[in-house]
Write a protein that binds this ligand. Structure first.
Ligand code: COA
Ligand code: AMP
Length: 631
């Protein structure tokens, strides 16, 4: 690594790499443990590693009880700000602890035991956070499903996680429409073979659900009458949650995170990456259904004794492009985290940032961006407007916390717009060629992380250890394969360029084109199809479907395209954002029959491309290129 990086950073990085047990044991000391570990790192089952083996702890205790015991009970733990309902609510640490302890009691009363799964399908309401912490409190494993997914996606997750209980709400609220969640849940349960014992439903006044007697329980009744319960100490290596994320096929991957290592890593990141102090206000404008929400709305800010902000709204349209600035000013936010796409949406409506100038943003110390590549324009726009460091950082659902960042709490580095900066201590980044050999600075290759990964990263895939091995560990023995390509420059800065697989990033949401292809191919008139991600100025990427119709189909192509769009929306969810579908004569393929997706993508993005030597019939590309080229 470069010598231009400050010694303070280099020392921390070296120490974490060379003496990981010593390094992480020191950071673990900041938290409470019911029983100390026997081994900091258990490598006996490598390449599967376990952190803090033999220890007992509970992440909920560390996020709530520990702070109340230390006198932080009156401080705000959670501020709920919901422009879509016009509501705001504040919970002190003591109040949040009381609610969580009662919710945990309600779950226990309904038979949820240590290790049982609880699926949470909720909008951005405080009860979603309470439900997650309540599961953790009793050692149950939560699995939160993002509200923008449709019933079949929810059903897949129910069947994989086999929950004892499902927690949901009567509705979610998107700008201009109220989404009835309960019918979606019904539909999902009709599709899934697994059935939970009960569904605990939060009735929202905007749209009440008709509860099914026997199966459905009313949140308010159950939680208000339940007796509070204490934290159950669990092994540090016990699963805390399963979070499903898109893979290259229609089957989502259940990322498993543990209690102990996760708590240690998140707490460390709040100091080192985000430079926060207890008592400060931290706002991650994401959704609890994504990893950013899990880590930086729920667990990390609370572990650090910060006030976390839960925002039920959008960057624009709720009511306008000043929404973020209003929230920062009103709640004196110190640290703000969002996706570049949200800033681009604001910039589009308010290019000069005039609306921001009506708000007192003096509390803000830094803005963090992740979820997709940060374009230099957006970074510079935000820097000029906010006059604070704008920090791009890179990570993934699997990793759970930032792996490449400009660590503001360790040694802030000069920003290079477009680079996520340097590997965070604990992560050893390598750029590998096709043979797994490290590449020199400046050369693009696959980004990989040397094993063992630090605490807080995935311990395995839910009931799919082989999938973890084959999907991440086998390609480059001794490394975790990230699925991203990029390079490290001569100064040691990492530049993440693109995915190497069929995952695309739409408005900061990770989606699988493979999953969309499975749905499109299911249309009765479609013979074959390809879905590719095409560059989009606002959302980063948007999916584009190309379909070849079955011989003899006489129906209007426009009707078929509209049906395909509706089918993806109904089966995956509105969040898939597949709105463009083209009917084509044939798809360009290699002689072995593989669709040339990368070439199609390059054409659609207006990038230079070469006709691959393996192409079956070059005329297919010549026919398609004019249809695909931007504009
Ligand atoms: N529940 C139900 N539907 C949802 C949803 C949810 N939680 N979230 C999004 N959707 C729907 C939207 O209503 C939209 O529906 P539509 O096609 O009928 O308009 C569709 O899914 C696509 O949503 P989205 O991609 O978010 O586009 P948008 O036009 O509504 O908003 C942005 C664009 C940029 C404002 C928005 O995507 C955004 O704020 N992105 C930031 C994302 C983020 O924070 N990601 C987390 C990583 S840090
Ligand atoms: P998710 O699992 O949803 O967090 O998505 C992870 C993927 O998003 C990564 O593998 C990258 O492809 C992309 N990504 C996340 N953060 C960044 C970033 N800062 N720069 C570039 N790509 C990013």
């Amino acid at each position: 690594m470069s010598t231009v990086l400050p010694p303070h950073y280099l020392n921390a990085h070296r120490q974490a790499a060379e003496q990981p047990e010593h390094f992480w044991a020191e950071h673990a000391a900041a938290l409470d443990w019911h029983r100390p570990w026997q081994q900091v790192l258990d490598a006996s089952d490598a390449p599967f590693y376990r952190w803090f083996a033999g220890a007992e702890c509970n992440i909920c205790h560390n996020a709530l009880d520990r702070h109340v015991a230390a006198g932080r009970g009156a401080q705000a733990a959670l501020i709920y700000d919901s422009p879509v309902t016009g509501q705001q609510r504040r919970y002190s640490y003591q109040q949040l602890l009381d609610e969580v302890a009662r919710c945990a009691g309600a779950l226990q009363q309904r038979g949820v035991q240590v290790g049982d799964r609880v699926v949470i399908y909720m909008p951005m309401v405080p009860e979603a956070v309470i439900a997650m912490l309540a599961c953790a409190r009793i050692g149950a494993v939560h699995s939160v499903v993002f509200g923008g997914f449709a019933a079949p996606e929810l059903a897949k997750r129910i069947d994989d996680a086999t929950p004892t209980l499902i927690i949901s709400a009567s509705c979610g609220i998107e700008p201009g429409r109220t989404l009835a969640y309960h019918p979606l849940l019904e539909q999902a349960l009709a599709l899934s073979s697994h059935q939970p014992r009960h569904c605990l439903i939060l009735q929202r006044e905007q749209l009440r659900a008709e509860l099914k007697p026997g199966r459905d329980l009313d949140w308010h009744t159950e939680v208000s009458t339940a007796a509070p319960v204490a934290c159950v100490p669990v092994p540090a290596t016990a699963p805390l949650y399963v979070l499903y994320t898109s893979g290259t096929t229609g089957k989502p991957k259940g990322v498993v995170r543990d209690h102990g290592g996760h708590a240690v890593a998140l707490h460390y990141s709040m100091e080192t990456v985000y430079n926060t102090a207890p008592g400060e206000v931290f706002w991650a404008a994401s959704d609890v259904g994504w990893v950013v929400g899990h880590s930086y709305i729920v667990y990390a800010p609370l572990l650090r004794g910060c006030t976390t902000l839960l925002y039920e709204g959008k960057p624009v349209g709720t009511p306008d492009a000043a929404a973020f600035w209003r929230v920062i000013a009103e709640h004196r936010v110190n640290t703000f985290f969002t996706a570049p796409t949200a800033l681009r949406a604001i910039k589009k409506e308010d290019p000069d940032g005039a609306l921001a100038r009506h708000h007192d943003l003096s509390s803000l110390r830094a803005l963090y961006l992740a979820g997709e590549r940060s374009d230099a324009d957006t970074v510079h726009w935000a820097e000029q407007l906010l006059q604070v460091p704008v920090v791009d950082h890179w990570w993934q659902t699997e990793l759970g916390w930032p792996a490449i960042a400009n660590c503001q709490g360790l040694a802030p580095l000069p920003v290079k717009a477009g680079s996520s900066s340097v590997p965070v201590p604990g992560f050893q980044l390598a750029v590998l060629d096709q043979d797994g050999q490290p590449l020199p600075p400046g050369e693009i290759g696959q980004l990989a992380l040397k094993l063992p990964l630090p605490p807080g990263t995935l311990s395995t895939l839910w009931h799919n250890e082989d999938g973890y091995r084959s999907g991440y560990l086998e390609r480059f023995p001794g490394y975790y394969q990230t699925g991203d390509a990029g390079y490290v420059d001569a100064d040691g800065y990492a530049w993440v360029m693109s995915r190497i697989d069929d995952i695309i990033n739409v408005a900061g949401h990770r989606l699988s084109t493979g999953a969309m292809e499975e749905v499109v191919a299911g249309h009765s008139d479609v013979a074959e199809c390809a879905v590719i991600g095409v560059a989009d100025a606002l959302k980063g990427q948007l999916p584009l479907g190309l379909v070849v119709l079955k011989a003899g189909v006489q129906r209007s192509p426009a009707d078929i395209c509209a049906e395909v769009v509706a089918q993806v929306r109904n089966q995956i969810g509105a969040v898939a954002s597949l709105k463009s579908v083209l009917v084509v004569e044939r798809l360009p393929k290699t002689r072995s029959g593989k669709v040339l997706r990368a070439t199609l993508r390059a054409i659609a993005d207006g990038q230079p491309y070469q006709v691959p030597a393996t192409i079956d019939d070059p005329r297919t590309l010549e026919e398609l290129a004019p249809l695909l080229r931007p504009g």
